[in-house]
Ligand binder design. Structure first.
Ligand SMILES: Nc1ccn([C@@H]2O[C@H](COP(=O)(O)OP(=O)(O)OP(=O)(O)O)[C@@H](O)[C@H]2O)c(=O)n1
Ligand SMILES: C[C@](O)(CO)[C@H](O)COP(=O)(O)O
Length: 233
């Protein structure tokens, strides 16, 4: 339930932002509550962290607190379920304030990414002993185009330097708290947690993950996830 950082056992807290409304998914039910091969997405995601021997506590930012409590409130290591915010960033901040005091390692993982593997999770948590900020990511396989508002291609970045960020994103707690405070002071809103840390100058490293750790955003993602699980759990 902790990581050895220079001989000191540092507990690991996990934040699960699970307060989204699933606009891009459509339908009336928030996607984190939808079944994926019979098991709600949220249960799959939280269960992975409950079973991880390196995790000390789980804090969930929820939109529907009652449904969230019913689904995962009983799972091991679920310490607190707090109200989320209007944005993912606000939800993470709400959960971060509910994390026990420092020093800690904090891993932030989207509820909408239920296909994370134990191997990647344990690998990035162990790497956090050496690095203050880590992003699970995969190298981009397609050629990426930068496009203006008129649909004109304005640049083709060198693909060798491009990685697609996923979650978990793992940080030394004080680094993350400072980054969130700076972002709020500056009115900065990022689409991930690492972008807040990057702007503070703290070095952020990628940890190579797996392409299968997709975020369930649209119905097509659900179909892909169902197919991926067809042969597995
Ligand atoms: N106000 C918000 C918005 C998002 N999230 C969470 O952040 C993760 C990634 O967000 P996303 O995939 O965008 O989920 P939604 O915001 O629900 O999707 P959409 O943007 O299509 O509405 C999800 O686990 C989602 O529940 C959150 O906790 N609080
Ligand atoms: C955090 C994230 O999953 C990294 O790829 C992504 O930025 C979340 O974006 P969303 O629009 O909140 O789903």
């Amino acid at each position: 339930m902790s990581i050895d950082v220079g001989g000191v056992q540092v507990p690991v807290s996990v934040i699960i932002p699970a307060a989204g409304t699933g606009t891009r998914m459509g339908g009336g039910t928030a996607k984190q509550f939808l079944p994926l091969r019979g098991e709600p997405v949220l249960v799959r995601t939280v269960g992975l962290f409950s079973r991880c021997p390196l995790v000390d506590e789980i804090v969930i930012a929820a939109g529907n607190l009652e449904t969230t409590r019913q689904l995962v409130g009983h799972l091991p290591k679920v310490a607190r379920i707090v109200p989320g915010g209007q944005t993912r960033q606000e939800s993470v901040w709400a959960a971060l304030q509910a994390v026990h005091s420092r020093p800690r390692i904090v891993a932030v993982h989207d509820a909408a990414r239920p296909l994370l593997t134990p191997e990647v999770l344990e690998g990035v948590l162990c790497a956090a002993a050496l690095h203050p900020a880590l992003v699970v990511a995969v190298p981009v396989q397609d050629t990426i185009k930068q496009v203006d508002d008129e649909g004109r291609v304005v640049a083709t970045p060198d693909r060798r330097a491009l990685w697609a960020a996923q979650t978990p994103q793992v940080f030394w707690a004080d680094v993350l708290v400072r980054a969130f405070r700076q972002a709020m002071a500056d009115g900065f809103s990022g689409t991930d947690d690492a972008s807040l840390v990057e702007r503070t100058g703290v070095p952020v490293r990628v940890f190579r993950g797996e392409p299968g750790n997709i975020k369930l955003t649209t119905p097509a993602d659900f179909r892909a996830a169902e197919a991926a699980l067809e042969g597995g759990a």
